[in-house]
Design a protein around this ligand. Structure first.
Ligand SMILES: Cc1ncc(COP(=O)(O)O)c(C=O)c1O
Length: 369
């Protein structure tokens, strides 16, 4: 089975040797403060190492005092929903959006309104128009190498988005978990560079650049919003999140291992992305459109109108090929003719074979209709 729905690294890319070295380094000393309850904001040494690491990649200084440690981006998002929204509140999301974020919003009983995107990301004029009719508490966006569409919000649009958040008084939750997985040269600065507006949260994670099982990430935000997070009951009771994983990853950063791993992943994913894009162009007809991504994990296929990718997936099962149907990424039961493929899990020959099988399924689907 080649399940191109799997948006995670292949088992061989999980860095057990790296983490053994990092753990040996951290567990060497006789003190192990990271086994006690941690400070609410998250381990200070880890935040300092993370700030240096991010500063290098963002080409701008990152203040460790503006970082809050989370147990992953999903947990961070859930915490922000708990603290900054209440059941029944309106929020804005992109169409398409990350399907599991939609599940978190459903847990919090939020009213989700979707905004259209194009090849340059969220369409700001559409946002402005919706703001005349709705009062969202926050807008959730995946600005760089979007999941699932892989597009990146342009620099101008980022500025306009922040201006609108100030003018209309809503928060921006920018899920930036793919920002460091850049396979081309230039990308706009992260939304994290706008935190002084005190309307922006930037969510980051080690899931995509090291290992999802660490359950470790961060929120970067301005002092006013940060204070509200640090003072919450969850932390009062349990202390800062994930001090043990923070301690290991601190060593991984300080020893240069995180940077080596990121460089390796970028090389591998660039090759995989190229292999899948090439094979899709070779096997699928031109009526199936996609943009070759510059980063992240995904290729978003747009089939001709009338194709139902959920139905087609049922037909794909016996041919041992899988993907995620577009409807999963829609908050209004749309995008039925779209599909998300991931190139993070399988190697280049498998991706090529996956594209070949998918094209076969598509052709027989057209005959069956
Ligand atoms: C946009 C986006 N946000 C969050 C996550 C999950 O991140 P974490 O493992 O840090 O919770 C993913 C993983 O697929 C993702 O694509």
């Amino acid at each position: 089975m080649i399940d191109l729905g799997a948006g995670q690294p292949s088992p061989a890319l999980l860095p057990s040797a790296l983490l053994r070295k990092a753990a040996a380094n951290r567990l060497d000393g006789k003190d192990a403060p990271f086994l006690a309850y941690g400070t609410n904001q998250g381990d200070g040494y880890f935040r300092a190492a993370l700030a240096d690491f991010l500063g290098e990649h963002y080409h701008a200084a990152v203040d460790a005092g503006r970082l809050f440690v989370t147990a992953g981006a999903s947990m961070g998002l859930d915490l922000l929903c708990t603290l900054f929204a209440k059941p029944g509140d309106t929020i804005f999301v992109e169409e398409p959006s990350y399907f599991l974020a939609l599940r978190i919003f459903a847990d919090h009983h939020l009213k989700v309104i979707s905004l259209p995107m194009d090849a340059g990301g969220l369409i700001i004029e559409a946002l402005e128009e919706k703001l005349t009719r709705h009062r969202p508490v926050f807008l959730y966006t995946i600005p760089t190498f979007h999941n699932p569409s892989s597009v990146t919000l342009g620099a101008d649009r980022r500025e306009k988005l922040v201006d609108l958040s100030r003018k209309y008084n809503f928060l921006i939750i920018a899920d930036e978990v793919y920002h460091l997985l850049n396979y081309a040269s230039e990308i706009p600065p992260p939304m994290a560079s706008f935190i002084d507006s005190d309307t922006v949260f930037s969510l980051g994670s080690f899931s995509k650049i090291l290992a999802p099982g660490l359950r470790l990430g961060w929120i970067q935000t301005g002092p006013h919003l940060l204070k509200q997070i640090i003072g919450c009951g969850l932390l009062d009771s349990g202390g800062g999140l994930n001090p043990f994983a923070s301690a290991l990853v601190r060593s991984a950063i300080e020893m240069g291992l995180q940077q080596t791993q990121l460089t390796t992943l970028k090389t591998i994913y660039t090759e995989r992305k190229g292999a899948l894009s090439h094979a899709l162009r070779e096997y699928l007809p031109d009526t199936v459109r996609f943009i070759e991504p510059d980063g992240g994990f995904f290729i978003w296929l747009v089939f001709p109108e009338g194709v139902d990718t959920e139905q087609m997936r049922v037909e794909a099962g016996p041919k041992n090929i899988g993907y995620l149907p577009g409807v999963k990424f829609s908050s209004r039961n749309g995008l039925k003719n779209c599909a998300r493929l991931s190139f993070s899990y399988f190697d280049a020959p498998e991706l090529k074979e996956g594209a070949r099988r998918l094209a076969e399924v598509f052709k027989s689907h057209l005959r069956l209709r």
